[in-house]
Design a binder for this molecule. Structure first.
Ligand code: AOF
Ligand code: ZN
Length: 340
């Protein structure tokens, strides 16, 4: 099939691909930069490896050396114009003699924005908005936090065919199969924090870490957050030394998210239980649901979520499915709720 994308789009696509080398669960966004010379040949590429390390543009410029002069820079995010943990990319691009800058999405972070306008003032050709949808998708959770001050919340639930997440006596290990559970660990590793209520912490005594199938820990662990007034035993597994844990003695999901947002966490993995999940839902703070549905029946048992105040079918919450797949014997449905 013939590739009908323009040359600019192809280079931006490459910048988006190299951006994915960066870590997902970091205070900073994932950013890629590709430098292309006047003959249309690749000069260098760079990506951001997380807060405190060089920005994508700086990495690409370092790799390019003198060959950056006269080049076009394709960047997935508007070049920053501030001195934060590193120097402004706008000035670095201009100093290197780059003649044209194409970026995908404007930087909504007021502290860093303004690079595009400043570069244009220097007489450098600046274009924006190329593959913006894709670039937004790449940093969906980070953009959400910058816009709202709160992390994006993904509520994970595991249910039986009849919508139960635990048996009548409270036992729930296990409803889904091994493959689905391994998938949960991979997804946890991509988030900045795992949030549960004290009920879940007391009933299941979970470790709340991201582990490989052999039980070893992923290199990076999300922050473990337990929410609620009740005390936890000091020997609870969430307090082991495999990851950092905080116990927030509040019932307000908004307070929880404000606190995590301040910690520059932009993606929360909410694992329930039913009371906490309902509280987040009631406040309109769940952005996405990842549901694992197992070929299991429990009949009488505990619902995955407490009352949502819905009594008639026309009031049902209908989500926008973004992905459905079979994982082992279970089905995983990913769906998003309307953005506020
Ligand atoms: C870019 N290129 O690769 C990244 C940018 O604290 P700092 O210095 O790392 O700055 C972080 C902010 O800079 C971040 O919030 C975002 O607005 C922008 N990130 N900008 O030009 C990059 N990572
Ligand atoms: Zn920068």
């Amino acid at each position: 099939m013939q590739d009908t994308r323009t040359t600019d789009e192809q280079w931006m696509l490459r910048a988006l691909v190299v951006a994915t080398n960066g870590p997902e669960a970091d205070a900073n966004p994932r950013v890629g930069c590709v430098l292309v010379d006047a003959d249309g040949a690749l000069v260098a590429e760079g990506w951001h490896l997380g807060a405190g390390t060089p920005h994508a543009e700086a990495a690409a410029l370092a790799a390019a050396g003198d060959r950056a002069k006269g080049a076009t820079a394709y960047v997935t995010l508007e070049p920053c114009h501030h001195t934060g943990r590193t120097d402004p990319c706008s000035r670095a691009l201009a100093a290197a003699g780059v003649s044209r800058v194409v970026y995908a999405v404007r930087d909504p972070n007021a502290a860093a924005a303004g690079g595009g306008a400043w570069l244009a003032e220097q007489g450098i050709g600046v274009e924006s908005g190329l593959l913006e949808t894709e670039a937004r998708e790449l940093n969906r959770t980070w953009l959400h936090r910058v816009r709202t001050g709160r992390p994006w919340v993904t509520w994970k639930l595991a249910t039986t065919l009849d919508g139960r997440s635990a048996a009548a006596d409270g036992t729930s290990q296990w409803i889904t199969g091994e493959d689905a559970r391994a998938d949960v660990h991979d997804q946890r590793a991509r988030c900045g924090a795992i949030v549960v209520g004290t009920g879940t912490a007391l009933t299941d005594n979970p470790q709340l870490t991201a582990r490989h199938r052999d039980g070893t820990l992923h290199d990076r662990q999300p922050l473990r957050v337990v929410v609620g007034q009740r005390d936890l035993p000091v020997d609870a597994r969430v307090f082991d030394d495999s990851a950092e844990t905080i116990h927030l003695r509040t019932r307000s999901p908004r307070e929880v998210l404000a606190h995590l947002g301040e910690r520059e966490i932009h993606h929360v993995w909410l694992e329930g239980g039913p009371t906490l999940a309902a509280a987040f839902m009631a406040d309109g703070l769940v952005n996405e649901i990842v549901a694992y549905v197992a070929p299991v029946l429990l009949g009488r048992g505990r619902q995955s979520v407490s009352d949502l105040g819905i009594t008639t079918i026309s009031d049902a919450l209908r989500l926008e499915p973004t992905d459905t797949r079979i994982i082992g014997h279970d089905i995983r449905i990913t769906a998003i709720l309307e953005e506020d």
